[in-house]
Design a protein. Structure first.
Length: 405
């Protein structure tokens, strides 16, 4: 190993120089850390060789440091060796060594969680314009993201699809006073406590029928004074015909082109959380869905940070608890594993994942870490995806092992 040290140092130096040059050309903020080189021969956290035709996976991927909002979500295109990071108003594309390839700017709305659609090779994310009462799925064409600071409004990298169902619940006048109370949790308005959307993921139908659905999770306001906000709400859509709805992003004239209703609406009883499902992910290895949240504040619930929907149990018709009028809906079950709060019946874990969660469908995940760094008096937001393995242990079901030798 010692004989290879000079070459390894040179390679790292070259990677840093290349990253700096790319950033300088695009006008982006400087990286906070040296990119991690991709492993060769074996994947991290496994003793197996790399998958033929796919790039080997590094122990972590650095998303850089940016003058933006904090990290919201991540997605990976394994075949092309690209990682995508959502920084609230900025999308960053890197290779698996953390070298920036391109970025998309010009978003004044809230860009949240991301997922990669293997069906069309594009990246889907949640996009909110709460003041305009408009909620979209943002669809990025990763192949067209080829340089830094590409404007979402003037380039052809982004299209959007409007979600009417979310608008209905967000603007619902629950107390019948004829007044929309706006972006606040301190109100009885907003059906189910809906604050918009955040978590997105592709996976099978929650009703046990069909596959390839896009699942969109509601944001939910933190409000301990009401009882109708104790579910996570999940909408499912078949996106195969969505091209007919897609429109460019024109922030001065937001469109309403999208499906009239979802293909399915589902409820997971977890107790109230702070802004709902931050990151949603389907795991093809277990067949389960992971919902990473900011903890809730209601004393009657355990307020876990991670909930797992049992993918082996199709949704059943049942009572949507706590509603002002009796209501039934499709109820999905939490996996009966992990920590258990007997008074509420809720299962869950204490875990990271709120800033990004990517399943590799073999028991491994990239779990994102968010932070900040000072750069000449300016606070930059950082993000890094770290490879972990699911163990199911409590309280934290993820573990980090040493790199394969």
């Amino acid at each position: 190993m010692r004989s290879r040290a000079p070459a390894r140092i040179a390679a790292l130096f070259l990677a840093t120089v290349v990253a700096s040059a790319l950033l300088a050309a695009g006008g982006g903020a400087a990286h906070a850390r040296t990119p991690s080189p991709a492993l060769t021969g074996h994947d991290a956290l496994s003793g197996r060789g790399t998958v033929p035709g796919l790039p080997s996976l590094p122990a972590s991927v650095d998303g850089g440091a940016w003058s933006s909002g904090h990290l919201q979500g991540t997605a990976i295109d394994r075949r092309k060796g690209h990682m995508y990071f959502s920084f609230t108003d900025l999308l960053v594309k890197t290779d698996l060594a953390g070298r920036p390839i391109g970025s998309v700017t010009g978003l004044t709305g809230h860009l949240g969680d991301l997922d990669f659609n293997s069906g069309d090779g594009r990246i889907y994310g949640s996009l909110e314009y709460k003041a305009a009462r408009a909620f979209y799925i943002a669809i990025f064409d990763g192949a067209r993201i080829t340089r830094m600071n590409m404007d979402a409004r003037t380039t052809d990298v982004l299209s959007t699809v409007h979600l009417r169902e979310v608008v209905r619940d967000y603007t619902a006048d629950m107390n019948g006073d004829g007044v929309f109370d706006g972006d606040t949790g301190n109100t009885p308005d907003h059906r189910y406590g809906c604050s918009g959307i955040d978590g997105v993921a592709f996976g099978p139908g929650l009703n046990g029928r069909g596959g390839g659905r896009l699942t969109v999770a509601y944001g939910v306001y933190s409000n301990t004074a009401r009882t109708d906000n104790d579910h996570q709400v999940l909408l499912q859509y078949d996106v195969r015909d969505w091209r007919k709805y897609e429109r460019p992003l024109v922030e001065g004239a937001l469109h309403t082109s999208g499906p009239a209703s979802p293909d399915g609406k589902f409820f997971a009883y977890t107790g109230n959380t702070t802004y709902g499902v931050q990151n949603l992910e389907y795991d093809g290895h277990s067949g389960n869905w992971l919902m990473a949240v900011y903890k809730g504040k209601k004393a009657a619930f355990p307020n876990y940070a991670l909930y797992v929907v049992d993918g082996s149990k199709p949704a059943r018709r049942g009572v949507v608890k706590g509603q002002p009028r009796p209501e039934s809906g499709r109820i999905v079950s939490l996996l009966p594993r992990g920590l258990h709060h007997e008074p509420s019946g809720v299962y869950g874990y204490e875990s990271a994942g709120q800033y990004g969660l990517v399943s590799l469908d073999d028991g491994r995940y990239y779990v994102a870490e968010a932070g900040t760094v000072d750069s000449g008096g300016t606070t930059l937001q950082t993000g890094r995806a770290v490879l972990r393995r699911w163990t199911g242990a409590v309280p934290d079901p993820f573990t980090v092992r040493g790199l394969a030798r």
